[in-house]
Design a protein around this ligand. Structure first.
Ligand SMILES: Nc1ncnc2c1ncn2[C@@H]1O[C@H](COP(=O)(O)OP(=O)(O)OP(=O)(O)O)[C@@H](O)[C@H]1O
Length: 310
């Protein structure tokens, strides 16, 4: 099912905060592929804005156009309400999905080397501590684990004390512990006042880090809003799963819809508390119950008919 641009909804949670970045009717064609069809959004100062979508949705293309790495086929991008000029280039930081580092340099040498390129320079000691690089400073770049390398890449993107930092799938390929570690650092960077724009195809990452999310599919934004608002708007329903045997004689009396699949029963409800009370009053044993709360994956499925990870 193709996303219908007319069906796109933007749900703003912000009050009167200022947009740092405005993207208006962005388009990008690569020969026969319309990678970005008609994309518009704003990134508020001090927020973390995420482009969420499956592989090939057009997230990286959109971000690379904003970063001035590739030109658009159409549309307008404004930084602080004006054109992206030298100031924009000086005030942004970019963490690419793939960057080659010189293997024979140590982490300390790499940081020094890149930092020397900028007129505005971050406090290196503070940055090293923030990105948890202190124990790694004398290690060569090719001796870093995936998570350690990503923390170095993040530090490199912050060397010029950017006001706006772009992160392209920052935690792809990391184990759960390294991902959490990186997320904490990103949260810390945001708390320090840096605006963040990121791409991800991880709904957990988007849910954890982003204040606002634009869900992209096939070059279009199909919905935009805070994670909480997107979930409550599109997927109010939670699912309580129980064994069929434990609900014997009780299902018929329930006021909410349910479905039976083999030995298990799925009860669909917007109000988990009330449903649990009903089940308890009916004498149902809840010890093996599981509750699935709606998440961004459900929102994506609801809007596009597809799973995020297809
Ligand atoms: N340089 C290029 N030449 C031709 N087609 C391209 C080029 N770059 C991207 N595309 C195509 O544009 C579409 C969007 O790609 P893009 O990389 O922006 O998606 P994405 O959402 O970032 O995906 P991923 O999560 O896999 O990085 C895809 O169909 C891709 O094949």
């Amino acid at each position: 099912m193709r996303p219908d641009p007319a069906a796109r909804h933007v749900i703003y949670d912000f009050g009167s905060t200022m947009a740092l970045l405005d993207v208006l009717n962005l388009q990008k064609r690569f020969r026969s592929t319309m990678a970005v069809q008609d994309v518009s959004f704003s990134v508020e100062t001090g927020s973390c804005f995420g482009l969420l979508g499956p592989n090939g949705a057009g997230k990286t293309t959109t971000m690379e156009i904003i970063e001035q790495i590739i030109p658009p086929s159409g549309g307008t991008i404004l930084y602080k309400g004006g054109q992206r000029d030298q100031l924009f280039r000086e005030e942004i930081g970019i963490q690419f999905q793939h960057t080659s580092l010189l293997n024979f340099l140590s982490v300390r040498e790499t940081l020094d080397c890149y930092r020397a390129l900028y007129r505005t320079q971050a406090d290196l000691a503070e940055l090293i501590e923030r990105c948890d690089l202190t124990p790694l400073l004398e290690r060569r770049n090719n001796q870093l684990s995936g998570g350690q390398r990503q923390r170095l890449m993040l530090a490199l993107s912050l060397l010029n004390r950017p006001q706006l930092v772009f992160l392209d799938e920052p935690s792809t390929g990391l184990d759960p512990q390294s991902r959490r570690h990186l997320w904490q650092i990103v949260q810390d960077i945001k708390a320090g006042g840096t605006t963040i724009m990121m791409t991800t195809h991880s709904m957990e990452e988007a849910q954890f880090l982003c204040d606002m999310i634009a869900i992209m599919d096939q070059g279009l934004i199909v919905a935009e809003g805070s994670p909480r608002r997107l979930i409550t708007t599109y997927c109010k329903t939670n699912t309580i799963t129980l064994s069929h045997a434990s609900t014997a004689g009780c299902l018929e009396t329930l006021s909410m819809p349910y479905s039976v699949d083999g030995g298990s029963v799925a009860i669909h409800t917007e109000d988990v508390d009330t449903t649990l009370k009903e089940l308890l009053s009916c004498g149902v044993n809840l010890s093996e119950m599981a509750v699935h709360s709606a998440n961004l994956e459900d929102v994506f499925l609801h809007l596009t008919g597809k799973k995020l990870r297809d």
